[in-house]
Design a protein around this ligand. Structure first.
Ligand SMILES: [Zn+2]
Length: 412
């Protein structure tokens, strides 16, 4: 077991938005065991095997990205389901390591990652963030998780064996079985596709997906297993219905209005906006990354709505979490989400969304999202002060210095 002493640390507290100077952060194994002030004595018996001088830099909790697709190595999300699972895992490993180097020490996968990937990281065989997975996102036939084109009949989208980003299931018994199967494989949440989306070839953005009965069945099964359901939804109609039926978190929420925001607050639900990918998909820049014309057209339809949604969510006090949803070669721009949110939110609000509020969504607020005694040792040493310039985080090569994940220095 390694032990680390970070000296001359200026520690960021994302709860109050303050920097505490002259701290010493002690890490033993995978936990932070003390954050000492200048006059505090270290706990008896602690000796550091590794010392890091953080003078002039900012010590921050590792960031949490609550909307990723670790199998999304191609812009066409249907590809992984047609490939060798071993090849898919290798590509996922590459994406995971890159995310960790960008400072994302925890990710929530909302379609794709399975228990095998989670286990490989936990046991140290793959270098990557902590993963909170839900298996494939469940979708109705022709829904946002059905990546077959209209002319394609192959059955891989119905496979419960191959790793896929979406899994098609129709009717209450099939939905129950799919949810139970994901729970059997250790899902931390269940993701339902509840409306149209950008990356799916055959649905419309304004469509609502799954019946009330199917959503209710998924919520009941998840609730029985003490996990929650999160839903992909853009429109007020899909969002309002989902929240009323017990869905606890909404992904994207792009077209939400004031009335929808009130429903969020009433149900104490979470919102995970993903703005940067939408802006990129709608731009000319995305043509070079093999994004299909249909996806680009859909993204342009809702491009302007994203910032307005953030404004509405903020005005009503909706619990908002950091998420990105990047796909394919565009993953390199994952950290742009920090900059685009700064058009509406304060630096502290954005930092909270990527630390303490995200930890709350994951049910991990006692051990993730802060640099504090007893918390898990996921720690960044930043070359910038994110409270004074949050957009600097959009350039991780410059902004992210040292990355400590599970108590190990994975980047100096
Ligand atoms: Zn997504």
């Amino acid at each position: 077991m390694t032990s680390i002493e970070i000296v001359r640390a200026t520690v960021l507290d994302p709860i109050v938005g303050e920097l505490a100077p002259d701290r010493t952060v002690l890490i033993d194994g995978d936990r932070i065991v003390a954050v000492l002030g200048p006059d505090d004595a270290p706990p008896a018996g602690f000796t550091a095997t590794n010392q890091i001088d953080a003078a002039g830099r900012v010590v921050s909790p590792g960031f949490i990205d609550a909307h990723v697709h670790l199998l999304g190595y191609e812009s066409d999300l249907g590809v992984p389901g047609k490939e060798s699972p071993l090849y898919v895992a290798a590509r996922a490993a590459d994406l995971m390591t890159a995310m960790l180097r960008r400072g994302f020490t925890t990710v929530r996968d909302v379609g794709g990652a399975d228990h095998g990937l989670v286990r490989a990281v936990e046991e140290g065989y793959l270098l990557g963030p902590r993963i909170f997975h839900g298996g494939p996102a469940l979708s109705q036939t022709g829904g946002h998780g059905d990546f077959r084109s209209g002319g394609e009949v192959c059955a891989h989208q119905m496979s419960t064996v191959l790793p896929t980003i979406g899994l098609v299931c129709d009717g209450v018994p099939a939905v129950r079985q799919a949810v139970r199967n994901e729970i059997r494989r250790g899902a931390r949440h269940i993701k339902l596709m509840l409306g149209g989306g950008i990356a799916s070839p055959t649905d419309r953005i304004d469509s609502s997906q799954f019946s009330d009965e199917e959503i209710r069945a998924a919520v009941e099964e998840a609730d029985n297993a003490n996990i929650y359901v999160t839903g992909h939804a853009y429109t007020p109609r899909s969002i309002a219905r989902a929240l009323a039926l017990g869905v606890r978190c909404i992904e994207h929420g792009t077209l939400m209005d004031d009335e929808t925001a009130r429903i969020f607050v009433k149900h104490n639900a979470f919102l995970v906006p993903t703005l940067a990918i939408g802006a990129l998909l709608a731009s000319e820049e995305s043509t070079q990354f093999g994004v299909p014309e249909e996806s680009r057209r859909k993204a342009s339809q809702i491009r302007a709505a994203g910032t307005e949604m953030l404004r509405i969510a903020r005005a009503h006090g909706v619990q908002t979490v950091f998420g990105t949803d990047f796909i394919g070669p565009m993953h390199q721009f994952q950290s742009r989400e920090f900059a685009i949110r700064a058009e509406v939110l304060s630096a502290l609000e954005i930092l909270q969304s990527a630390t303490v509020t995200a930890a709350k969504l994951l049910g991990q607020e006692e051990q993730l999202g802060r640099v504090a005694n007893g918390y898990l040792a996921d720690v960044l040493i930043l070359n910038v002060d994110p409270l004074s310039d949050i957009s600097a985080l959009a350039e991780p090569e410059r902004a992210i210095g040292t990355v400590i994940s599970r108590g190990c220095v994975v980047q100096r």
